[in-house]
Each structure stands twice: as C-alpha cells, then as structure tokens.
Design a protein around this ligand. Sequence first.
Ligand code: ZN
Length: 226
Amino acid sequence: MKHAAMVCILVLLWMTGCASQPRRVVSPPPAISTTAAIPAPAGQFQPDANLYLCPNATITNALESDSRNRVLNFNPVVLVDGKVVMTPVPVNNACLTSGFGRRFGRTHKGLDLKASPPEMVYAAAPGIIREATTSTGFGNHVVIDHGQGVFTRYGHLDRFAPGVWEGASIGFGQPLGVMGQTGNATGIHLHFEVLTGNYNTPKKSFGLTARNPLSFPAYTGQASGY
Ligand SMILES: [Zn+2]
C-alpha cells in the first residue's frame, strides 16, 4: 500500500511536471530597446530562455545537449563582435532541426528552426530592412542591417508582415512574418543567419560572411557603439 502510494505521487509529479511546465522567456535587456541608434520601437517579443533540438530531427551538425534535448550553453541574448545585441533565436516555441556548419557535404550557413503550429518570426535586433524580397532559394526572405557590419537573414517566410519593406526601420522584436515553406524548403521552418562584412558590393547580402548564431557570448549589459 505504501509502495503504491509512493508510485502514485511519483506519477503525479511526473505528469504535472510535464503538463504544466511553463515556457521560460527572458526579457530583452534595456540596451536593445532604448540605446540602439534605431528610431523604431521594440515589439512585444521575448526570447525563449532555452533552445531544444527537435525530437525526431536528424541533426548532422549536432550540438551538445542534455538528456531532455536541451542545447547546452545556450544564450538567449548575445553580443555579436562586441557591437550588436541580438537574440540568436528570433522565434518562440521553436526547436532546432539543423545547426550551423557542415551538412550533407556543404556548409549550412544558419540555423533551421521549426515550430508547430508555425510561429511568427521577429527582428533579432533593431535595424534597417535591406531586403524584403523573394528568391528561389530563400523564398520570401528579409535581411536586416543592424549597423557596424552586422546583418541577419530570415528565410522561407510564409509572407511579409505589415510594414516590412526595404528601407523601413524596424525595432527589436517586431514581426517580420510567419515561418513558412517558400523557396527551397523541405518543410515549414525558419532559416536564420547572422552575417558580417561589407554589404556594399555587387553581391549585397550574398557577399557577407555567415557566422554561427550560437557562437556568440552572452550579452552582459555592455555594448559599445550605440
Ligand atoms: Zn537552413
């Protein structure tokens, strides 16, 4: 009897633990919304505190994760090259289907993030929209210029959110569009890139250097250049 009661309590704990585990989010640090030299206001988006590998995904460029598929050493708000504060995962409730690096003999230049149902994608940092266009590879995609040679790209959007056009200022956490399957995509997901370099070449965003979004240090409250 005692044993049965114990099992019951354990099962209950397990069930409530699974069913009611709240999704933790982090507040964007003040630097994102108040000290960036971009006049656009920040949106309501708050980055998730954790990132998980998708349960059934085959991640060839695997990241270290714990027994619950949680990516280890994940920083929800990072500082890129000591210059730009951003979130490396600009979407809520998404899991990672592919990381940055070698994949099928080629370099995968960003993160693939999937959510079901599909989720809104947000600006990872304040900036100016340089590209809001459609291409065969990335489908409906957005490139944001965050200043100081730092850019982000968002591929395969279902469609563009209102106010997303080339030349527009955009604040941290403002909606860009729901993740989709436009362009060369095998399923609904966001392809997200962090890019650095000189945009003003004939190749524009395709002349920039792709960086691993998960490689940057956590933002600790100090950013130069704002
Ligand atoms: Zn991708």
